[in-house]
Design a protein around this ligand. Sequence first.
Ligand SMILES: Nc1nc2c(ncn2[C@@H]2O[C@H](COP(=O)(O)OP(=O)(O)OP(=O)(O)O)[C@@H](O)[C@H]2O)c(=O)[nH]1
Ligand SMILES: [Mg+2]
Length: 424
Amino acid sequence: MINHKNPKIRTHLVIVNGPNSPFANDNEEFISLVLSTGSVISGITYINVRTYNRNTLIGKGKIDDLKIKISEEEFDLLVFSHDLIASQERNLEKILKCPVIDRTRLILDIFAKRAKSSSGKLQVELAQLNHLSTRLVRGWTHLERQKGGIGLRGPGEKQLETDRRLLGVRIKSIKSRLKKIEVQRSVNRKSRMKSAKTVALVGYTNAGKSTLFNTLTSSETYAADQMFATLDPLFRPLKLSSKDEVIMSDTVGFIRELPETLVQAFLSTLEELCSADLILHVLDVSNRNLYENKHSVEKVLKQINAHNVPVINVCNKIDLIRNQSEIFSIKDGVQVSAQNGLGLDELITKISNMLEPKRTLKRIKLELGQSRVRSEIYQLSNVIEEKVNNDNEIEILCEIDDISYERLKKNEKIEAIQSKIANH
Ligand SMILES: Nc1nc2c(ncn2[C@@H]2O[C@H](COP(=O)(O)OP(=O)(O)OP(=O)(O)O)[C@@H](O)[C@H]2O)c(=O)[nH]1
Ligand SMILES: [Mg+2]
């Protein structure tokens, strides 16, 4: 485990490029991740492999080369850019005689370092425990703390069984505490949604979400040139005009191949995005992996079912682009610089336009049994007429705004058979 109290932990990075390597040519991001832990890099070894070894990821020859390379160097930890299964990690530690961690573990450690709120800490611990449950022969300091270390000394099967049982107990207890927090969050969310529309910031880590959040809402949230600076969701009012106000949220950033344990643990935080009225997808246009990063954010949005929420692509950091023709073409993107305020007026106008309830007159067709969606239509729109047609279907003529209509359509099969702009 990286000791975060000691910022001078020395790491040697092993960057592995092989078939289907998800991070080929993206060593910069991996190096940023390592530096984000506050550790120093003593050395880097690049390894190209044609096939992965089941027991040690890299073959014997490459291991021997690595051994020679690191024999002269002083470092505390080897960090692999590639994910390792538990047995590979164990075997490598045995052969290389030093602690080994992989990218997933690195990200988990960064999250653990950043978590501030009690729910954030619980979510990270859940992810860590789930990750550790496949690696049950490691140090158990956190569990020892839970149980005062009694009965946990000495290796062997018996300890493993106790560890496994304790792990299960701890996971269960965290899940139940998180469930209670989620109930409270959902109450808060509902009351927020009642009082105002919500706009959620999403984006790849370090894209500039918190900087934009701070500039737009005049806040002073922590924004920094490090990965996963923000973990806990934050909400602040954002004035669109003298009378219109929405609630803006800033949340955890995404990364390519976000470890599944973290997606699961942060599901409730991420699912908040589904209930937003609008998503601002913040993109760092100065990052040469812009398109890949955009795609991986969109992938997570899809995974959590938030891909139906309307999105504005915010092309941030345009101040870093010297040649305008270099700005990547992002469909309907608004170009801004969160840092110096460029383009923010245009962004506010676009947000207002997207949220303004432009009502359309729609005739919506439903089956007789769709009573839930029928009552939702009554809640969300101004119903002008309702009748049962010759095919025994319900037809409701109503004035409804696009966002509400999209929301209805997301949950139920409905059909608009007539549509025109309402007069008011
Ligand atoms: N040049 C320039 N830098 C920016 C701009 N917006 C943000 N940054 C810088 O980019 C870095 C990351 O900004 P954050 O706002 O913390 O990014 P984030 O998306 O909230 O990152 P995480 O919370 O880590 O996911 C900081 O060093 C900012 O100062 C911009 O418009 N121009
Ligand atoms: Mg942030």
